[in-house]
Design a protein. Structure first.
Length: 575
C-alpha cells in the first residue's frame, strides 16, 4: 500500500473540506457515510462513471468503478464515486433524440467539473462507454488539471448471424435491405435479436472504440486498457490498476496538461487515421485541444491524417471488430509499428509516469496476426480519413475513405433541410444514382446539436446504393457510416454557409485525393444567393438545446461552448 503520509493535504484541493476546526461540519458528513478519521485525511479521488441503463454500452461501468475504488484505497486514497449522464447514440439515432447526443458531451464535461469543484476532490478516474462520454470525460480531466486516468468500459462482443460476425451497424443496414425486399421480416427479427450479445460499446471502429484508442495514444489511459471487451474480467484488473495509477500520478504531481501536448494530440490523430476511425475524431480532438489552449482544429487534424498510413483492417470499412484487435495484441502492437515507422512522438508522457517509447519497450509487432498491418505494408499509404476544403466548405469538412475504392464524385445536388426529410426520400427511393444528397441545417447551431446520419447512410447501403451516391452535411456521421459521406461542412447552413445556398441540380464535385469540395457556381452567384438568404429559427426557444445553440462554436474548432484554457484565470488543480 502506498503510504498516505506521502500526500500533503495542505497542497491538495480537499483541504478546503477536511482540514481544520472550521471544517468540522463538513467532516461530520463523511463520518455519516462511514469514513474513518484516517480516510477523511487522505486524498479524495473522484471516481466517475457514465453508468446507466440506456444501452449495453454503459451497463458494465459501475462494476468496473468498484475495482477502481479498490485500487485507490489500497494505494492510500479515499475514493468518492459519482455518476454522470450519457446519451447513447444507438438509441438516439434516426430521430430527434440525436440532437441531444453532442450536447451531452458538454454536459458530461461540465457535470464532472462541477462535482469535482463542488466537493474539492484531488484526483479523478473517469469511466466511459458510449461515444460522447469518452471525449466528455477527457475534456473534464484537461479542464480540471488534477491527476487523472481515463478508463474505457470496453466494447461489445460480436454477434453471430448466418455464420458471420455482426454488429449493430449490420442491423441499421438491414433496415434498408428489408425496405428493398432483400431481407424478410423473420430474418430482420433474427438479426436484431443476436447482433448485440451483451454489455459493451459498439464493436467496430466506430466513435467509442476510436476515442478509446485515442485515450491510450494521447497518454490518458493505461496501455492495453482500451482493447479488452466489456464482459472480460480482465477489465476489472485494468480498473484496479487505473486506481493505483492515479495515486502514483498524485504522488508525482503529474497532471493531464503535462501529458496532453501538441505532440500528444498529433499522436491521437495518427491513431484515428491508422485505424480508419470515426470522423468524429475530427470533432473531439479540437475540443480536447481547446481545454488546454492549443490550436489544433479540423484541418490541423487532417494534416496528420494525410501523412499517416492506414493499418488496421477494422469495421465498418474493413473486416474485423474490436475483440479481434484485442486478440491480436491491441493498441501496443499498432503503436509499436507506428513508432518504428516514425509516425508517433515517442517522448510524450503518459499516465504510467513513463513515455510512450518506454511503455512500448519489449513490445514486438506480431506478423502472424491479420488485423493490423506493419507501417511499411499498409492497407493504403494515407490515413482512413481526409480533410476537404473548397468554396462549399471554407472552414473545412471531413470524409472517411477507409475501405473506399472511389475517391472522386461529381453529381447534382439533391437538397434536404433536415435528416427526416432526407431519410424519407431515401426510404421511398426518391433519388437517383449519381446524386449528391445534401442534408443541411443540421450543424451545431442549426440542428441544434449536429446530428449523426447513420440511419440515412445505412439505408442507402442496405438498398445497394451506398457507392452510387454521395452525401454531404453540416451535421455529423456515425463512426459506423461508410460510403462517400462528407460531414462537418462549414460554415454551416444556419450561419449562411454555402451548403445553405445550394439548390437542386447544382453540380458538386468532391475529390478526396486532392482534398477538395466545390460547387460549380461562380463567386458572384454565391454572393447573390447569400444576399437573398435569410436565417431561419430552429424549433427550440428554451431549454438545454436552445442554450447550446446560443453558445456553440463552429465544428472545425470542435463545436465547443466555452473559451477553454485561453480564457482561464485560475486552474482548478491549483486552488
Amino acid at each position: 500500500m502506498m503510504d498516505a503520509k506521502r500526500f500533503d493535504k495542505a497542497k491538495l484541493p480537499s483541504r478546503h473540506v477536511t482540514e481544520g476546526p472550521t471544517r468540522a461540519p463538513h467532516r461530520s458528513y463523511y463520518y455519516a457515510m462511514g469514513l474513518s478519521e484516517e480516510e477523511i485525511h487522505r486524498p479524495f479521488v473522484g471516481v466517475v462513471s457514465a453508468w446507466n441503463e440506456a444501452a449495453p454500452c454503459n451497463i458494465a461501468l459501475m462494476r468496473q468503478a468498484q475495482a477502481v475504488k479498490k485500487g485507490v484505497k489500497q494505494s492510500g486514497g479515499t475514493p468518492r464515486e459519482f455518476c454522470t449522464i450519457t446519451v447513447t447514440d444507438g438509441i438516439a439515432m434516426g430521430h430527434e433524440g440525436m440532437k441531444s447526443s453532442l450536447v451531452s458531451r458538454e454536459v458530461i464535461a461540465d457535470s464532472v467539473e462541477l462535482t469535482m469543484r463542488g466537493h474539492c476532490y484531488d484526483a479523478l478516474v473517469g469511466l466511459a462507454g458510449c461515444d460522447k462520454s469518452l471525449p466528455g470525460m477527457m475534456m473534464a480531466m484537461l479542464r480540471l488539471n488534477v491527476p487523472s486516468v481515463f478508463m474505457y468500459g470496453g466494447s461489445i462482443l460480436p454477434g453471430r448471424f448466418q455464420g458471420r460476425d455482426v454488429t449493430v451497424v449490420d442491423v441499421f443496414e438491414a433496415v434498408g435491405q428489408h425496405r428493398a425486399g432483400k431481407m424478410s421480416d423473420a430474418e430482420l427479427f433474427e438479426l436484431e435479436c443476436v447482433a448485440c450479445p451483451g454489455a459493451g460499446a459498439c464493436g467496430g471502429q466506430y466513435t467509442a472504440n476510436t476515442m478509446a484508442c485515442v485515450s491510450e495514444a494521447i497518454g490518458l489511459a493505461l496501455p492495453l486498457s482500451s482493447s479488452a471487451p466489456a464482459p472480460y474480467e480482465s477489465r476489472d484488473e485494468y480498473a484496479d490498476a487505473s486506481g493505483r495509477a492515479v495515486m502514483n500520478l498524485l504522488a508525482q504531481n503529474i497532471r493531464p496538461r503535462d501529458i496532453v501536448t501538441r505532440e500528444a494530440l498529433e499522436n491521437a490523430a495518427t491513431i484515428v487515421a491508422a485505424t480508419g476511425g470515426s470522423t468524429n475524431g475530427g470533432l473531439h480532438l479540437p475540443a480536447l485541444a481547446n481545454e488546454v489552449g492549443i490550436d489544433f482544429d479540423l484541418m490541423a487534424v487532417a494534416e496528420v491524417f494525410k501523412r499517416t498510413p492506414y493499418l488496421a483492417d477494422l469495421k465498418p470499412g474493413g473486416q474485423y471488430v474490436a475483440k479481434d484487435m484485442y486478440d491480436a495484441g491491441g493498441m501496443p502492437i499498432l503503436m509499436r509499428t507506428l513508432l518504428d515507422g516514425g509516425y508517433l512522438h515517442g517522448d510524450c508522457l503518459t499516465v504510467t509516469g513513463k513515455t510512450i517509447a518506454e511503455n512500448l519497450e519489449g513490445v514486438a509487432f506480431d506478423s502472424n496476426q491479420k488485423v493490423m498491418r506493419p507501417y511499411d505494408n499498409p492497407l493504403s499509404p494515407t490515413g482512413g480519413l481526409v480533410g476537404l476544403t473548397g468554396n462549399l466548405a471554407t472552414e473545412g469538412a471531413i470524409v472517411k475513405v477507409a475501405g473506399m475504392a472511389m475517391l472522386q464524385f461529381t453529381g447534382p445536388a439533391r437538397c434536404f433541410d433536415s435528416e427526416e426529410d432526407a431519410f424519407e426520400a431515401v426510404d421511398q427511393g426518391r433519388y437517383q444514382e449519381g446524386d449528391v444528397i445534401v442534408i443541411r441545417y443540421e450543424g451545431p447551431k442549426g440542428g441544434p446539436g449536429m446530428r449523426e446520419m447513420l440511419s440515412t447512410t445505412s439505408a442507402l447501403y442496405g438498398q445497394g446504393m451506398g457507392d452510387k451516391v454521395a452525401l454531404i452535411t453540416d451535421g455529423r456521421f456515425s463512426g459506423g457510416t461508410r460510403g462517400f459521406c462528407v460531414g462537418h461542412v462549414g460554415p454551416e447552413a444556419a450561419l449562411g454557409g454555402a451548403i445553405g445556398l445550394l439548390r437542386d441540380g447544382d453540380i458538386i464535385s468532391i475529390d478526396a485525393d486532392a482534398g477538395t469540395i466545390n460547387v460549380e457556381l461562380s463567386h458572384e452567384e454565391l454572393a447573390k444567393r447569400k444576399a437573398a438568404w435569410k436565417p431561419r429559427l430552429n424549433d427550440f426557444g428554451s431549454g438545454a438545446l436552445w442554450k447550446y445553440a446560443e453558445q456553440v462554436g463552429p465544428a472545425y474548432q470542435g463545436a465547443v461552448t466555452h473559451l477553454g484554457a485561453r480564457g482561464e484565470r485560475q486552474c482548478y488543480g491549483d486552488i
